[in-house]
Design a protein around this ligand. Structure first.
Ligand SMILES: C[S@@+](CC[C@H](N)C(=O)[O-])C[C@H]1O[C@@H](n2cnc3c(N)ncnc32)[C@H](O)[C@@H]1O
Length: 355
């Protein structure tokens, strides 16, 4: 795939306006969030004939002043429009209120990222997730995950699961095409996918590789689903490249996982994944590639998520371009046998075999 994107055709008038959108983005983001959380958008949506500021304030028991300033921002955000002092919801307003993609992205931005992003610039300069310090002293967010405040965890998992959950039903038949007996789920997190595999096939055995904190949650979930005899865990820090993986698997599964690592680390992880599979086995990589999106909304979400990796997660990874991953796969001695596009909201699955 080519690495071409965009042009510079807009007028200076439009360009200056767009620059102001960026200049005030954090303020306007909070305005949109308040309009959503305080129920103002919902109220307007239910009034087909339109509703005034005074009526909204009275019904929601809010100060007229507050409703007024938020709605005037909402006009510029194009979340609402006004006619004769009455407000109406726009399509963007509807998405702000009811669209799951927008909801998980906004909650993730506010709860996980907002405070820490003051230090994005420092993170870029130092190559470290300087924003993570707002939560405590960890090297990566993954070590912190099991100990983060509940609201932060909720938004982190809401974000993570939204993207992967929609892809799991498509991924399962792809994985079980070859009738695997043993699967290694690297970065298996809370065990969601492994449990789905065990439900999908009555004989398959799965091992989850992840950090001890995540495995603690996974064991609980596995037990609750009655799969402790078929799913086990292997606690490991995958950044320690001296550590060996268990071997003898038909499939290595890596979902939304490699984006958590720098290109240098990915190469090591892929080499290890190659060693973990049998001669006829396959490594399946499920990723969200920013250049392989069906919508502008998908691409925009991913390039912003890359900066979460920079500032909060680890300081050195991102949502990759397909070309980045193709090169690393080849370097690791694997070759892509099949590409599955349009998986779930925004994923691609790469089936890789030994070259
Ligand atoms: C973004 S989550 C993806 C979870 C799951 N595979 C999915 O598709 O939803 C990445 C996973 O990789 C794990 N991970 C990240 N860095 C790790 C490390 N250094 N060692 C072990 N696991 C790690 C995290 O704990 C987390 O469970």
């Amino acid at each position: 795939m080519e690495y071409n994107f965009g042009d510079d055709k807009k007028s200076a008038y439009q360009a200056q306006f767009d620059a102001q959108k960026i200049a005030f983005a954090p303020i306007m983001f909070q305005a949109a969030r308040a309009l959503r959380n305080l129920g103002i958008l919902e109220k307007i949506k239910t009034c087909k004939e339109g509703i005034t500021i005074e009526e909204i304030a009275k019904d929601l028991k809010l100060l007229e002043y507050g409703v007024k300033v938020l709605l005037e921002a909402g006009l510029s955000l194009e979340l609402v429009y006004a006619k004769d002092y009455k407000f109406f919801i726009t399509k963007t307003g509807w998405f702000m209120m009811a669209d799951e993609l927008t909801k998980v992205n906004m909650d993730f931005t506010h709860d996980v990222n907002y405070l820490g992003f003051h230090d994005l610039e420092k993170s870029i300069v130092n190559g470290k997730p300087e924003g993570l310090k707002v939560f405590g002293n960890w090297t990566t967010v993954y070590e912190a995950l099991s100990e983060l405040p509940e609201q932060v965890r909720e938004s982190w998992f809401g974000f993570d699961h939204y993207y992967s959950d929609n892809s799991f039903p498509v991924a399962l038949p792809v994985l079980f095409e070859s009738n695997p007996e043993k699967i290694l789920d690297i970065g298996g997190n809370t065990g969601k996918f492994s449990i789905k595999c065990a439900e999908y096939n009555p004989d398959v055995k799965i091992t989850i590789l992840d950090l001890p904190g995540q495995l603690k949650d996974a064991y609980k979930n596995i037990e609750e689903h009655g799969f402790s005899d078929r799913i086990d865990g292997y606690a490991i820090n995958l950044l320690d490249h001296t550590k060996k993986y268990p071997t003898g698997y038909d499939i290595v599964w890596m979902s939304q996982f490699l984006d958590c690592f720098s290109q240098e680390d990915i190469l090591e992880l892929l080499k290890k994944a190659k060693k973990a599979i049998n001669e006829n086995g396959a490594v399946y990589i499920m990723e969200t590639f920013w250049d392989n999106q069906l919508t502008d909304a998908g691409r925009y979400s991913l390039v912003a998520t890359s900066l979460y990796f920079t500032c909060i997660a680890n300081g050195n990874s991102q949502m990759y371009h397909t070309n980045d991953m193709y090169k690393l796969i080849e370097k690791a001695g694997l070759k892509i046998e099949k590409i599955y596009n349009k998986v779930g909201v925004s994923h691609t699955i790469l089936k890789c075999v030994i070259n």
